[in-house]
Design a protein around this ligand. Sequence first.
Ligand SMILES: Cc1cc2nc3c(=O)[nH]c(=O)nc-3n(C[C@H](O)[C@H](O)[C@H](O)COP(=O)(O)O)c2cc1C
Length: 218
Amino acid sequence: MQKILFYSASLVLAALIVPINLTLGEERESIPLLKPQIDTGRPLMQVLKDRSSSRSFSTEKLPVQMLSNLLWAAVGINRPDAGKRTAPSARNWQEIDVYVAMADGLYLYDAKNNVLKPVLSGDIRSMTGKQDFVKDAPVNLIYVADFSKMGDAANDDKVLYSAADTGFISQNVYLFCASEGLATVVRGSIDREALAKTMKLRADQKIILSQTIGYPKK
Ligand SMILES: Cc1cc2nc3c(=O)[nH]c(=O)nc-3n(C[C@H](O)[C@H](O)[C@H](O)COP(=O)(O)O)c2cc1C
């Protein structure tokens, strides 16, 4: 009897704990981002000279201002009148959503409102790639193409254009990181099926690439 009670109590506890670790983020607060500092950064030619991939990250968190600047550089709105972005997109579909996986949860970058919208409350960094460093680096961006924003394009074109559009965003991140002395690497080595399930993506949302960002390991 004691044993049965113990197992029932454990099951109830497990049922309570599991959803708390990885719940949908609607009840959580958005993280307001700061105004991007557009008067900073090193000269472009020097930044291009330094652009590189690195796979060695410190666990130190990025300050909110750095995160804000990074996301704006990636795909922020640089022409508010037209709502256009720092990265081009085919037919201005703006179909690439940038998800941000950090220790305290998964967020969606909302460029229009300059906030991070909560998606999941659990730490899913280890799911964002097959390499060991992804779980310790402070930020992993996940580039997700929303095919529902790509009109009536043929599926092949959706695949082609969303891959190209992701490349522009990723290169913006590379250049920002080179300018700021941050380490970064873009990654295709992802268990996309598992990650899509964890992120609760729809069938027409496709994970293209992921990109790790952090301070270089000392
Ligand atoms: C589409 C794409 C996918 C990549 N996937 C990975 C990856 O899964 N893991 C990784 O460590 N690097 C990955 N890389 C980074 C490349 O290995 C790296 O860019 C290449 O070795 C050249 O080095 P560099 O970026 O320092 O010039 C990827 C790069 C691209 C463009």
